[in-house]
Ligand binder design. Structure first.
Ligand SMILES: *[C@@H]1O[C@H](CO)[C@@H](O)[C@H](O)[C@H]1NC(C)=O
Ligand SMILES: *[C@@H]1O[C@H](CO)[C@@H](O)[C@H](O)[C@H]1NC(C)=O
Length: 355
């Protein structure tokens, strides 16, 4: 990808100013993600673990988990410091996140996975790092506005890793935000998720594989030949319209992306989208060469394009009072012939803005 230094600066300056939001609890089939907006008038955020549960946090604020007798089970600092292979399992019961401090509760994320959930043993990483694992599934958490997963690698040539904007417990019920087409395609693609949780299915628990989890959620998506361009709105989970992290924006979410590809071989571009666009708000319009794809209402769509030159353009701003519209778009920028990228003939121009 060719991106001028100026474009980078523009992206960062705009994003840091406007990407401020708060999530509300999202309850999946066998897990929940709690945050500070779930703290009630009693300064607690209650949660239930009917058969026991595991709890994870990326936060080491002055919060604690208490049981129904108000006995402290663990502080967030101690929970956050636990070793990756030593998760805390709570006994069956009802618990609360309690805020001791005066004033507003600090920002936090707590991921509660009910015992017996799918992939219950998936490891949950709560800080940025390069992860090296033999496990098929991993989950990552952040209490920042987003995260990036890239650098998928390892000896897994026959597999097609997928990235989800939900925990590994929900992968069987949710749509991935990135379903790679090949291992090479996965290696070349980076995925930014504007939300607290993501997971990967590497496709196998054989061999060692890698992914880098970092907080660089502001840089634009990959869009060179061989990669996929993945754009996911804040809050999208892929688990249904009622399972969205709701955000509060001063100026809405804006995406502005444009790129061109050319090659002496045919490019096979595949566009897929899963979307839910609020009524009475502008549709999302994506232009690919001479075609305009319009996303309105809700649904999923897939379109294929073959040409030696591709121009992709879209520009969308979520209206200030629109808390609902969400989508995930994946555009596969692959050569039709599969191999041999002809790099000398590729021209890429990219602009990407999130705010
Ligand atoms: C707050 O505590 C009071 C007294 O225990 C209880 O009656 C009330 O239901 C609690 N409120 C919430 C939102 O849990
Ligand atoms: C937890 O609370 C629910 C209702 O809020 C109650 O039905 C249940 O019995 C409680 N569980 C335990 C283990 O106390």
């Amino acid at each position: 990808m060719t991106m001028t230094p100026m474009t980078h600066r523009l992206v960062l300056a705009i994003c840091l100013c406007f990407l401020a939001f708060s999530e509300a609890r999202v309850t999946f089939d066998a897990s929940e993600v709690l945050d500070q907006s779930d703290i009630n008038e009693n300064n607690t955020a209650p949660f239930e673990c009917p058969n026991g549960c595991r709890v994870y946090t990326p936060t080491s604020a002055t919060l604690k988990i208490v049981d129904e007798e108000w006995t402290v089970v663990i502080s967030f600092a101690d929970l956050n410091a636990r070793a990756i292979d030593n998760p805390l399992e709570l006994e069956p019961g009802n618990y609360s996140v309690a805020n001791d401090a005066l004033g507003d509760p600090p920002e936090f994320i707590l991921y509660v996975v009910q015992k017996g959930a799918d992939n219950y043993n998936a490891k949950v990483y709560t800080s940025a790092q390069t992860i090296s694992t033999n496990d098929r599934y991993i989950t990552v958490l952040t209490d920042l506005p987003g995260m990036r997963l890239n650098g998928i690698g390892g000896d897994i040539k026959d597999y097609k890793p997928a990235v989800y904007a939900a925990g590994a417990d929900s992968e069987n019920k949710c749509k991935p935000v990135f379903q790679s087409r090949s291992f090479d395609n996965a290696q070349r693609t980076s995925v930014a998720i504007l939300g607290p949780i993501a997971s990967i299915d590497f496709g196998t628990d054989k061999y060692t594989h890698f992914v880098t989890f970092n907080y660089d959620y502001l840089t634009g998506p990959t869009n060179e030949l061989g990669s996929s361009t993945v754009v996911v709105t804040p809050g999208y989970t892929g688990c249904g319209n009622d399972k969205v992290f709701t955000k509060e924006y001063d100026n809405g979410f804006k995406i502005d992306t444009e790129y061109k590809l050319s090659s002496d071989k045919e490019i096979a571009l595949t566009f897929t989208a899963d979307y839910s666009i609020a009524a009475d708000t502008p549709p999302v319009e994506i232009t690919i060469n001479d075609d305009v794809i319009r996303l309105e209402d809700s649904g999923s769509t897939e379109r294929d394009f073959v040409a030696t030159e591709m121009w992709v353009f879209f520009d969308w701003t979520r209206a200030a009072d629109d808390k609902k519209s969400n989508f995930a778009i994946q555009i596969d920028n692959l050569l039709k012939s599969g191999t041999g990228l002809g790099l000398a003939h590729i021209v890429v121009i990219a602009v990407f803005v999130v705010r």
